[in-house]
Write a protein that binds this ligand. Structure first.
Ligand SMILES: Cc1cc2nc3c(=O)[nH]c(=O)nc-3n(C[C@H](O)[C@H](O)[C@H](O)COP(=O)(O)O)c2cc1C
Length: 195
């Protein structure tokens, strides 16, 4: 199949959407960067056709205060099998209340909700090693009822992608393309780049 800028953008969109659904995909856990220079891995929960990425997080974690309603966020994903790297920059926002966060919480399994029951948020200083998930839930999944107090700590990070850099590494040097747009409603500017 002939490679075109449109087919590359479609590949990136499709690859990210599949990665969100497939736990074993390398792109299921991309690296997410914030403007303070910090990086962390996060589970990609959804990539929409118009390239808004959804992640779940603990509202108490420092990145939530940093991102707030609007802040630059970068996302880096790499698939070693196909040797495709996708680098993205976008506008991030944290949603704690509202239909998106509510729907995400409803769809989350009881076992994945368990981390939001921890007594301390991510990054809190502890006197001893370990987590602060309640003792009686350490070795079993909570019931849905038991997860309900965790809702207050649950938040969604949405990243509207504004720029996407696609690189396919090969022995012949590879192929690289960049896609940028002003905002979600604007068309993509597309160009090939030297790898
Ligand atoms: C494989 C993997 C998946 C992770 N998934 C998430 C996630 O989906 N959401 C999240 O907030 N943290 C996730 N983490 C933990 C983060 O990397 C990070 O340690 C935590 O969010 C605290 O980050 P912060 O101090 O920047 O807020 C994951 C870590 C690993 C190793």
């Amino acid at each position: 199949m002939e490679l075109t800028l449109d087919s590359v953008l479609a590949d990136a969109t499709d690859r990210l959407a599949k990665a969100a659904r497939q736990r074993r995909s390398a792109m299921h856990t991309p690296v997410v960067g914030t403007a303070d220079g910090d990086l962390r891995m996060m589970v990609l929960r959804e990539a929409t056709p118009d390239l808004t990425l959804r992640f779940h997080t603990d509202l108490r974690s420092p990145k939530c205060a940093l991102i707030g309603n609007c802040a630059p966020v970068s996302v880096l994903a790499y698939d070693p099998e196909t040797r495709i790297q996708i680098r993205m920059r976008g506008e991030g926002r944290i949603e704690h209340r509202g239909p998106v966060a509510d729907a995400a919480w409803e769809c989350a399994t009881a076992s994945s909700r368990r981390c939001y029951l921890a007594g301390d948020g991510p990054g809190a200083v502890l006197e001893a090693a370990g987590s602060t998930i309640p003792e009686h839930l350490l070795h079993r999944a909570p019931t849905v009822e038991e997860t309900l107090p965790g809702r207050g700590n649950f938040a969604v990070l949405l990243v509207e992608v504004r720029s996407l850099d696609w690189l396919h590494l090969t022995h012949e040097g590879g192929t690289r393309a960049r896609f940028t747009r002003e905002d979600e409603a604007s068309p993509w500017h597309k160009t090939w780049l030297a790898p």
